[in-house]
Design a protein around this ligand. Structure first.
Ligand code: SF4
Length: 339
């Protein structure tokens, strides 16, 4: 931690005005909270979390459709984190039907091989999870298998945040996992300081230090503080797999409107695995009327403790919003480490 102390000391000299930095990764938030990083930063350096939790940004309409598919008699397979996320009709945990937790798409395919029923895998996640899903679909799973495609891409959401300008951001810490797959070439289009960071305390401190130095120098480029895992080009094979099966599509995020090109749709040769097409369903837009402020959290406009329900009406045992459900959600993470 001697390195960390040195970086903290240098950061204190570097930060001379109010700075707002956004990271877009639930694992970064967990590491920041676990290591108490905010408590050692200069008070003028404010690190906020953006839309970095794939479960949290899954809108109510997608949960509702998953519940509808269960009502149609499908076996719904999902990651455990998604089970308690509320839609407008309740959560998958409270829904009727055969709903099973799986570790990944391979387990869902195994289930499909043992039954005549339709099996639907709720396929969530950013760019990190997509190549595995693509590789599985390329292996031609059984005809009774399909996915509810809920994937999201990070760069279009960053573009949206920059276009809105509402979070008043000075720079971004880029997600190490996503960039390990995709590289950071795509982020070079954004005229804002950015640094790719890893997940150890020193990785994050180094990323913040490099970002502040870049801001002070008046530059706007992408730097890599995680070279042991990330290259500019990323994993070429994984990207090829991904775009062999999927193409970008317009999609709504929880807390955001429809963001152009921020989702992934199955390409024509793979549409047979699209549960929405198979059941002729569409994702409805649901107006969220709850007092939950997850939408503001996901846009970097609030902190969990700004929510009047935080730790009272909303706890990990009885979550009101998705940010208290997921292990990558800001409210859940803060509840675990900030008490
Ligand atoms: Fe939503 Fe609960 Fe977080 Fe409030 S504390 S923003 S209700 S998840």
């Amino acid at each position: 931690m001697a390195v960390g102390r040195e970086i903290i000391s240098r950061l204190k000299d570097q930060v001379t005005s109010d700075l707002r930095i956004m990271h877009v990764c639930g694992t970064h938030e967990a590491s920041i909270a676990k290591h108490g990083i905010r408590s050692v930063l200069p008070p003028q350096l404010n690190v906020v979390m953006g839309p970095g939790c794939p479960v949290c940004i899954t809108p109510q309409g997608e949960i509702d459709v998953a519940i509808d598919l269960a009502a149609e008699g499908c076996i719904i397979t999902t990651y455990g984190d998604l089970l308690r996320v509320p839609g407008s009709k309740g959560s998958l945990e409270s829904a009727d039907g055969d709903i099973r937790i799986v570790q990944g798409i391979h387990k869902a395919v195994e289930i499909a091989k043992t039954t005549d029923k339709d099996v639907v895998f709720i396929s969530v996640g950013f760019e990190t999870t997509v190549p595995t899903v693509a590789a599985t679909l390329l292996q031609e799973p059984p005809e009774n298998f399909s996915i509810l495609c809920c994937h999201r891409l990070v760069p279009p959401a960053m573009q949206w945040l920059l276009d809105q300008g509402e979070a008043d951001l000075h720079g971004f810490i880029l997600p190490g996992h996503v960039c390990a797959v995709m590289g950071y070439e795509e982020y070079e289009q954004f005229p804002v300081p950015q640094v790719v960071a890893g997940f150890e305390a020193e990785d994050l401190l180094l990323g913040l230090y490099m970002l502040v130095a870049q801001i002070n120098a008046g530059e706007a480029k992408v730097e890599n503080a995680y070279p042991r895992a990330v290259t500019r080009e990323g994993n070429r094979k994984a990207k090829e797999l991904m775009y062999e099966v999927f193409s970008p599509s317009d999609i709504e995020w929880r807390g955001f409107p429809v963001i152009p090109g921020s989702g992934l749709a199955l390409k024509p040769g793979f549409e047979g695995y699209d549960a929405l097409k198979r059941y002729e369903m569409t994702i409805p837009h649901i107006e969220d009327r709850s007092p939950c402020i997850c939408d503001r959290l996901l846009r970097g406009l609030a902190e969990p403790t700004d929510c009047p329900l935080y730790g009272t009406a909303c706890t990990p045992r009885s979550p009101v919003g998705p940010c208290m459900v997921s292990h990558e959600g800001a409210c859940r993470i803060w509840h675990q480490y900030h008490r």
